[in-house]
Write a new protein. Structure first.
Length: 140
């Protein structure tokens, strides 16, 4: 395991044993790629059909949280007038929250996020950690 410890809630791990019809209708976890470089950690998350306004990113106490919640759109007045009947409606509410416990060598003030073509990119710069302090022992 590398320096970046990925922490997901218990429910994130249950995604694989949840029937697909339940996952698509309510909760799903976007896939993430994380790379480690000498000067930064880079995180990329696929979020097709979403925009930067649909995603919340928070960094608190060394935990990076990426979350979103989109609610089902209500029927339009024109749908009722034209008597539209849904045959299939799979695009409903969608929400997720992914949490990543970051190592101590990150520069919290310099974390940046960019959203382009359905991919969220988060750059997490690293900083040098202070060297351990040597404590001299005096003889009594």
């Amino acid at each position: 395991m590398n320096a970046l410890s990925l922490f997901n809630s218990l429910f994130d791990d249950l995604d694989y044993c949840t029937p697909s019809f339940v996952r698509t209708a309510s909760v799903s976890n976007p896939k993430v790629d994380v790379t480690e470089k000498k000067d930064a950690y880079d995180l990329e998350m696929e979020l097709p059909g979403m925009t930067d306004k649909d995603v919340d990113i928070e960094l608190k106490d060394g935990v990076l949280t990426i979350a979103s919640k989109k609610n089902e759109e209500h029927e339009k007045a024109s749908d009722k007038k034209d008597e539209v009947q849904w045959l299939i409606k799979e695009r409903r509410s969608f929400e997720f929250a992914r949490r990543f416990t970051l190592p101590q060598d990150i520069d919290e003030e310099a974390v940046r996020a960019e959203f382009k073509n359905g991919v969220l990119s988060v750059k997490i710069p690293r900083k040098a950690l202070p060297s351990p302090k040597k404590i001299a022992i005096t003889a009594a």
